[in-house]
Write a protein that binds this ligand. Structure first.
Ligand code: NAP
Length: 480
């Protein structure tokens, strides 16, 4: 007898209830030993005026059971409307988004026969998707891209552990570290530091633009790709497309406390309630969940039953390409009928449990032995031309311990003028650094800010620091 486990189940919106029902039926028929705790989230909850889209009872159920299978949740359209999906992922720190794609029988794509079988491991809670956005001026927007060594270390370890658990031989670290040397660079650094602990797995670095190109040219070269949140969001949709699209793309959101399993697709409102949605993506997500719970026999049985069903040519309308399509329930019936059969042509990997990276409660993951205050970037809103603004700031700081090193406009140095043909906007980064013989102090920064704000409107400050003798800030384009 397998141990019974209670799962929080969220049917969700649109086609969600139909595919969730299919997945529950298949798992029950496979004797997976699960009990379901039915919970609400999404459109119906927003309609009750709960701004997060997730009621307290659902949060309590997740906190209790630590394992969730969910249908898609609609995101309210409009300014300020937060996604209930993102809320759930962030509240329970499910930092690792795992999206496997594999060529499946009977599903013809331009890549059929290439043996695509790869996993994108996407960091799921940091990066631009932290959603820290501000309008800096009425016409200039900013989104903070926050990444951390702690977050990067966890996702890199998860990728290597997953590769080991699945018997894979290589991991690619995919970043844009050539441009964003700090934020994307942290993932690269974590990867370089951790890879030697996994000598059995080849470690490769690749830039995200080339990765997208290579995924289309030669996708079979990849086994595991670990990447930051936004890169992973885009690349994993691309990889889903390579093998047949959203109807068959599963995902797992893994955290050290809670794991949440869902299809990649959304609520597809155009086909909701028509009994035509493809349940494969959620069935494959259920296989991931059963593996995570250590219920390998049930996972194996369902994966084989699914492969057999597809081999028999049973396909829902999104994939049937003209042939008579199976309804959601007909497809589910076929999978249930195939439980116990083994696909002869498609192998199923021998899985092991993933050993999750340890988590430290200490928020400080990296300490600097020395640090120094080097200056400040003051971000101003101004309608002045570049030279007038520069001359005004030069005069303001003339008798202070700080000098104006440069002004940049959206990252390009424009003052002192260097001939750049920048089409400026009313958002200026004014970089002040301590003069050679001045002693750096907070007080000097505050005095400077007080003086600047007598003449100009500032909206944002960034201290310039050096950690262990190295600048902890990037240069502007064109800055020496
Ligand atoms: P979508 O719901 O994924 O649907 C896009 C199209 O893909 C559908 O119109 C349908 O195409 C096809 N499709 C998706 N899943 C399918 C399935 N299982 N079987 C057959 N066809 C399927 O994307 P969307 O229209 O952009 O998003 C709709 C809502 O879902 C939005 O509110 C969005 O915020 C939300 N969403 C939620 C999640 C989540 O909960 N994780 C993820 C993505 C989007 P045809 O028109 O060809 O039938």
């Amino acid at each position: 007898m397998t141990e019974t486990k209670t799962v929080t189940i969220i049917p969700g919106d649109g086609i969600g209830p139909e595919v969730v029902q299919a997945a529950m039926r298949v798992m029950d028929s496979a004797g997976a030993g699960l009990e379901w705790e039915l919970c609400e989230a999404g459109a119906a909850v927003f309609a009750k005026g709960i701004a997060s889209g997730v009621p307290e009872e659902t949060l309590q159920s997740i906190a209790r059971n630590r394992i969730v299978l969910k249908g898609p949740l609609e995101t309210p359209i409009g300014y300020g409307g937060k996604s209930a999906n993102v809320t759930l992922r962030k509240l329970f720190e499910t930092y690792g988004n795992i999206r496997p794609v594999r060529e499946l029988p009977g599903i013809q794509t331009p890549f059929t026969g290439r043996n695509i079988d790869l996993v994108v491991v996407r960091e799921n809670v940091e990066d631009l998707y932290a959603g820290i956005e501000h309008m800096q001026t009425p016409g200039v927007a900013q989104c903070l891209k926050l990444t951390s060594t702690k977050g990067c270390d966890k996702i890199v370890r998860l990728a290597f552990e997953l590769a080991r658990a699945e018997g894979r031989k290589s991991v690619h670290c995919c970043t844009k570290a050539n441009i964003m040397k700090m934020t994307e660079g942290l993932l690269k650094q974590s990867f370089e530091a951790i890879a030697p602990e996994y000598p059995d797995i080849a470690a490769h670095q690749i830039l995200v633009d080339n990765c997208a190109h290579q995924l289309v040219r030669k996708p079979e070269q990849f086994e595991v790709i670990v990447t930051t949140n936004m890169n992973g969001d885009i690349l994993s949709d691309l990889t889903s497309g390579l093998v047949g699209g959203l109807g068959i793309a599963p995902s797992a959101n893994i955290g050290s406390q809670v794991a949440m399993f869902e299809a990649v697709h959304g609520s597809a409102p155009d086909i909701a309630g028509k009994n035509c949605a493809n349940p494969v993506a959620l069935l494959l997500s259920s296989v991931l969940m059963l593996r995570h719970l250590g219920k390998f026999d049930a996972a194996f049985a369902i994966k084989h039953a699914l492969l057999c069903t597809l081999e028999q040519g049973c396909l829902t309308g999104d994939l049937a390409s003209g042939k008579s399509p199976a309804s959601t329930t007909e497809f589910t019936d076929a999978v249930v009928a195939n439980l116990g059969k083994h696909s002869e042509n498609y192998s199923v990997r021998n899985w092991k449990a993933i050993s999750l990276p340890p988590e430290s409660p200490d928020p400080v993951a990296t300490r600097a032995a020395s640090r120094k205050l080097a200056g400040v970037d003051i971000f101003l809103e101004s309608g002045l031309d570049t030279v007038s603004l520069g001359q005004s700031l030069d005069a303001i700081c003339a008798d202070t311990p700080l000098r104006l090193k440069m002004i940049s406009n959206r990252g390009t140095k424009v003052y002192p003028p260097s001939g750049a043909m920048t089409d400026c906007v009313d958002h200026w980064r004014c970089r002040f650094v301590f003069r050679d013989h001045a002693s750096p102090s907070e007080e000097a920064l505050q005095n400077l800010l007080a003086r600047v704000s007598e003449k100009h409107y500032w909206m944002h400050l960034e201290k310039l620091q050096e950690f262990d003798g190295r600048p902890a800030f990037a240069k502007a384009q064109g800055e020496d």
